[in-house]
Write a protein that binds this ligand. Structure first.
Ligand SMILES: C/C=C/C(=O)SCCNC(=O)CCNC(=O)[C@H](O)C(C)(C)COP(=O)(O)OP(=O)(O)OC[C@H]1O[C@@H](n2cnc3c(N)ncnc32)[C@H](O)[C@@H]1OP(=O)(O)O
Ligand SMILES: NC(=O)C1=CN([C@@H]2O[C@H](COP(=O)(O)OP(=O)(O)OC[C@H]3O[C@@H](n4cnc5c(N)ncnc54)[C@H](OP(=O)(O)O)[C@@H]3O)[C@@H](O)[C@H]2O)C=CC1
Length: 447
């Protein structure tokens, strides 16, 4: 039995759930990994010079044992998220520490503590097998998976599953991720694949769309409302391309920050009117490594006021971190919110706290999305209210290059990876709905 037989079953229109259930599983499959004995390979290099193409491998790995409440999924496509970039450059920590810690929690979790880490936190594919206790999903179901892995044995996570003390991001803090021909997930991660999308389109929004939804829309995040001015850093990137869509769809006014005319055009094509090219306008928030320049914060704030007719922003959608955080706090309106989910340029932020407390601003930390938020975010994709922002698609063999592109900020929107899917464009089940949204679906393609 090989993965080729699985692909044949997926591509045959006659395959039934019983056919999938009867398919013998292969003993091994191909997966994107990083290796534990290579975690020091970039020691001494600057972050920028750590090259994912050197640390990312395509290996044959044994199929993991399936446990209660879990599912094995044939992965047709996945996508590159920045967390896979972090894993591949072993920053800020080697992710093998997460696997070791998880492995110590239970007999079943021990499976995750291996000398290789199969990475990837998105997938679109077909359920192959479900473990004991799984009733809502069956072999043959076409699914996407969100990346929240929780145990829910503590009451801490019972209102908001992100607060579970054993909360982990699948494919980052757990093994058996989505950049592979087969993935192991908890069945609660599964959601229906949007019918009008191809495998690679369906695989691309998951992580960033859910994160942007909690961060911007959910009451657990900024709770954006109609008319809000929302400053969105990296507005054509992974998170930002969804934040921009949420702002527009929710009646808010996105002020999109990008770094090239081409990216500015993409934001305008999405419907944004206020766009700042941070490169063209030459903002230099840091005079040197240690000292910021408040005059530059003010120049940035004045530009925002020009674009909003004199208003300051209600919400800043933050993720660049150290580089921008001082400016973000400064330009937020009195009583406004800075909501942050990352620190790409450095996690030791500095800002002038007088502008926070005297103007009653709030900083909110946000991370991925709880089960329900991830489901709601996927529902918006399935209903054609929010669209994938897939720009380019690589093969599984080329994942290192795909991660390199994201690390070097050479990409737009999301970068996809074909796993079992032999070509792009497969898996669409609702052509009529697709036709309605085709321009929006293709907006980021090949630019
Ligand atoms: C969905 C996609 C998302 C993304 O892309 S996010 C971007 C990528 N992610 C990252 O960059 C984050 C990577 N993770 C980390 O950098 C680390 O993961 C953290 C900094 C988040 C946490 O570090 P750690 O070392 O795991 O945690 P500690 O809390 O510093 O150390 C654990 C020990 O410290 C004890 N401790 C925790 N809080 C306290 C306290 N308040 N007072 C005293 N001790 C404390 C614990 O119990 C435990 O102890 P014991 O080692 O003995 O088990
Ligand atoms: N906590 C969570 O749940 C999540 C956290 N993340 C984290 O968020 C970060 C961004 O992820 P994602 O959006 O997918 O990544 P992308 O690289 O796709 O997009 C980020 C965008 O941010 C902008 N940017 C990068 N560096 C700077 C800077 N120094 N100053 C201003 N803008 C900058 C760039 O846009 P431009 O050059 O056009 O300005 C870039 O396109 C990563 O660190 C990731 O790990 C991501 C998802 C979930």
């Amino acid at each position: 039995m090989t993965v080729k037989d699985i692909l044949d079953a997926i591509q045959s229109p006659d395959s039934t759930p019983d056919d999938f259930a009867a398919l013998p599983l292969p003993e091994s499959y191909r997966a994107i990994t990083v290796h534990k004995d290579e975690t020091e390979m970039f020691a001494g290099l600057e972050t920028r010079d750590k090259d994912p193409r050197k640390s990312i491998h395509l290996d044959d790995v044994p199929l993991p044992e399936l446990g209660p409440g879990e599912a094995l999924v044939a992965v047709m496509a996945s996508s590159v998220n920045y967390n896979s970039v972090w894993t591949s450059i072993f920053e800020p920590l080697s992710t093998f520490g997460f696997l070791e810690r998880y492995g110590r929690t239970s007999e079943l979790a021990k499976r995750h503590d291996l000398p290789y880490h199969i990475i990837g936190s998105d997938l679109a594919g077909v359920v192959l097998r479900t473990g004991p206790g799984v009733n809502s999903w069956k072999p043959g179901d076409e699914v996407v998976a969100h990346c929240l892995s929780v145990e829910l044995e503590s009451s801490d996570g019972h209102n908001d599953t992100m607060l579970d003390p054993e909360q982990r991001i699948w494919g980052f803090e757990t093994n058996f991720g989505g950049l592979a021909e087969i993935a192991l997930v908890k069945s609660n991660q599964l959601m229906p694949k949007p019918d009008h999308l191809s495998w690679e389109e369906a695989a691309s929004p998951g992580l960033v769309n859910s994160t942007a939804y909690r961060q911007l829309v959910s009451r657990n995040g900024a709770g954006m409302k109609q008319g809000d001015n929302v400053l969105i850093w990296g507005a054509s990137g992974g998170l930002g391309s969804y934040a921009t869509q949420f702002a527009l769809a929710g009646g808010a006014n996105p002020i999109c920050v990008v770094s090239s005319p081409q990216k500015a055009d993409i934001c305008r094509a999405m419907g944004a009117e206020a766009v700042i090219d941070r490169n063209a306008e030459g903002y230099k928030f840091w005079k040197n490594e240690h000292e910021q320049d408040p005059r530059e914060w003010k120049r940035f704030g004045k530009r925002i006021r020009e674009l909003t007719g004199g208003e300051d922003v209600d919400i800043v959608f933050e993720h660049p971190g150290r580089e921008t955080f001082g400016a973000s706090v400064y330009v937020t309106r009195k009583g406004g919110t800075i909501v942050t989910c990352a620190s790409t340029s450095g996690y030791n932020h500095e800002y002038d706290n007088r502008y926070l407390w005297m103007s009653l601003k709030r900083i909110i930390g946000s991370h991925f999305a709880n089960y329900r938020e991830a489901w709601e975010a996927n529902r918006l994709i399935a209903k054609g209210k929010i669209h994938p922002t897939l720009s380019k698609v690589y093969s599984l063999e080329e994942t290192g290059q795909a991660a390199f592109d994201v690390h070097r900020n050479l990409h737009q929107g999301k970068v996809g990876v074909l796993c079992l899917a032999p070509e792009e464009g497969l898996g669409v089940r609702d052509e009529e709905m697709r036709a309605k949204h085709i321009d929006a679906i293709n907006r980021f393609r090949n630019i």
